[in-house]
Each structure stands twice: as C-alpha cells, then as structure tokens.
Design a protein around this ligand. Structure first.
Ligand SMILES: *Cc1c(COP(=O)(O)O)cnc(C)c1O
Length: 331
C-alpha cells in the first residue's frame, strides 16, 4: 500500500466539481512574503473535504454506507461527501464534542453516534460499525485515498506558483503533510516541505523524534484540529512524514493567538488556530531561510466564534491548565 503522483492526479479527477479549486493569495500578516492557500473557501470550510470525497468515490457499489470517528472537520467532510454520493454516513463522536459540531454534521444529513468520553472510544465505535454492519470506515488521515485527496492541494499550489521554494503545512495525523509533500516533491524535488504544529500534544513530532509512533497526552489547544494521536498501529503517514518532511517546527499557544489576530487585522480573514501555525512560525522567526517564495495552507475556518471574538478583542483565553494572556493586536 502506497501513494504516488498518479494516485493524486486520479484524486483530482474524482473530486473535481465538488471540492473547490482554491485560490492562493499574498498575506500581510508577516514581515516578508508569504502566500496563503485558502482551503477555508471549501464548501465545508476546511480541506478535509478533498480526502473524504476521494475516499467516498471509491466505496464499492452496494456498500451500506460509510463511517468515521471525528471531532470536527473530517466528520463534516465525510458527511458532505456521503450526501453527495447518496450514501448513509454514521459519524462517531465522544460526549465531549461541542453541540455545535454535532449539529453541523446532522445538518449535512449524517447520523451521529455519541460513544464514550474520548476519541479512542469513538474510534472503537466506528470500527464496530464497520465490522458488524459492513459500513466502510474512512480514517481521518491514515488512508491512501485520503492522503491522495489532500495531495491535490500540492498540485494546485505548484501549478499556480512553480517558483515556490517552501510549503509550511499544519501537521496533525499527517495526511495533509504526506499528500502535499508527495505531490510537491514529485513535481519539484528541490522544494522544502515543513510541518508546523503546536508545542503541546504534538503526536507526529514526538513520533518522528522517537523513531516510531508514540502516544502523547491530549491537551486543549487553540489549534484544536491538530490534536489527537497518530495511532500506534499507524500504517502510512508516520513513515511518509518522517521521510518527506524537511523539518518540523513547533509554535506556542501565544504565537497561535497572535497569528489569528494578525490574519484578522492584516488580511481580514477568519481561520481556526490550526490554520495559522505557519503564519505563527514565520512571525516568531522559527523557520530557516528559504531561497524563494514561501506558502502556507489556511486549512480551515471552523473556529468557535466566541473564542475567536475574544482573541480579536484581545481577551485572555483559558485552555484547561494553560492560560493564554490577553493582548490587543499590535499592543
Ligand atoms: C485535520 C486538520 C489539519 C491536520 O491534518 P492532518 O492530515 O491530520 O495532519 C489541519 N488543519 C485543520 C483545520 C484540520 O481539520
């Protein structure tokens, strides 16, 4: 089982017409040049639609439906893709998932199964549905079709800007980073692909460090879409990220907070914490020098609006044990 450029080109054909071909625009949120690939403009507000559409397109005729576990954007993507294909979708979530996210998925016509108090228990439920009811389970990242779908972002970025020297990719389970790195390096071997993630709870970073998949404690973060493990039985994304990423950079919650403000005030854009880690890394001077233009992916806009509003006006944010200090933009 592997993924190559041909799979990514096939994914592009499979998702065309439903997933948007998103624009890439210059940002004013950093000193220096940075391009933003606007996956916030996808119909579900996040890039995960690409992988979900590609995986759903491969579901065999006669299958009774699809299932997945998710805390947010993957569930939305699978629900949207299943509805477009006329398939039943059952999204498994833990009791801790906010009501608004459950409602967003119900509004797309999917069933929601609340199972247990953690992502692991939700995952056990989607596995059970696959085993007992024959639903096709779609992993949020560790699936060749999902990786190929996310890789279509890399194709578009290099088509629009063949001169790119580096791509900064928000990193969690690594489906996005693996797909984008596969596509970009197949087209332009000299390009640098850098994973960026939050300092606390970064499972892929810790796994690459350790040389094998490890578990990290899941903690609250402004980049909530980057939380969760990579699976101790990881099949694909661990090895792909280890082999293809040129670097992996961490940013603090305070840096994510300030990057969300900068994106709002300078570019007039709303995005989740997970989306702005590339901007945060650049603003904090955490990146090496690249000899050419740099781009990052604004991966999603599905931020809790109360939290977002607090950040915009400079109020402090409490994340479990951690406190992000309030600070007005530019103050
Ligand atoms: C899922 C997600 C990511 C990370 O993608 P992985 O493939 O899990 O690394 C980044 N940003 C947003 C908004 C996401 O939903």
């Amino acid at each position: 089982m592997s993924v190559d450029l041909a799979d990514i080109l096939a994914a592009r054909r499979a998702i065309a017409g439903i997933a948007a071909r998103t624009p890439m625009v210059p940002s004013l949120a950093v000193d220096g040049d940075l391009l933003l690939k606007l996956e916030t403009a996808q119909p579900i507000g996040a890039f995960k639609l690409r992988g979900a559409l590609n995986a759903v397109a491969a579901v065999p005729d006669g299958a009774p439906g699809v299932t997945c576990c998710s805390t947010g954007n993957h569930g939305r993507g699978v629900a949207f893709a299943a509805r477009a294909a006329g398939l039943r979708a059952v999204i498994c979530m833990s009791e801790l998932v906010p009501r608004a996210k459950v409602e967003g998925i119900l509004a797309l016509g999917a069933e929601v199964r609340i199972a247990g108090r953690s992502q692991d228990e939700a995952h056990a439920e989607s596995r059970r549905l696959a085993r007992e009811e024959g639903l096709i389970e779609i992993s949020p990242f560790d699936d060749p079709l999902v990786i190929a779908g996310q890789g279509t972002i890399g194709l578009e970025m290099l088509e629009d800007r063949p001169d790119l020297a580096a791509i900064l990719v928000p990193l969690s389970g690594g489906g996005l980073a693996a797909g984008v790195a596969l596509a970009a390096k197949a087209i332009k071997p000299s390009i640098r692909v850098v994973g960026v993630t939050m300092e606390r709870g970064a499972a892929m970073f810790a796994s690459i460090r350790a040389g094998h998949p490890v578990e990290v404690e899941e903690v609250a973060s402004l980049a909530d879409s980057l939380g969760g493990g990579i699976g101790l039985d990881n099949r694909l994304t661990f090895a792909l990220c280890r082999d293809l990423l040129d670097d992996c950079v961490l940013v603090t919650e305070q840096e994510i907070y300030e990057a969300m403000q900068a994106l709002y005030y300078e570019d007039r854009m709303v995005a989740e914490g997970a989306s702005v880690v590339g901007i945060a890394a650049m603003r904090a001077g955490r990146l090496p020098a690249f000899d050419g233009p740099v781009a990052t992916i604004l991966t999603g806009r599905n931020v809790d609006m109360i939290t977002f509003t607090d950040i915009v006006v400079g109020r402090g944010i409490r994340l479990g044990e951690v406190e992000v200090k309030g600070r007005g933009y530019g103050a």
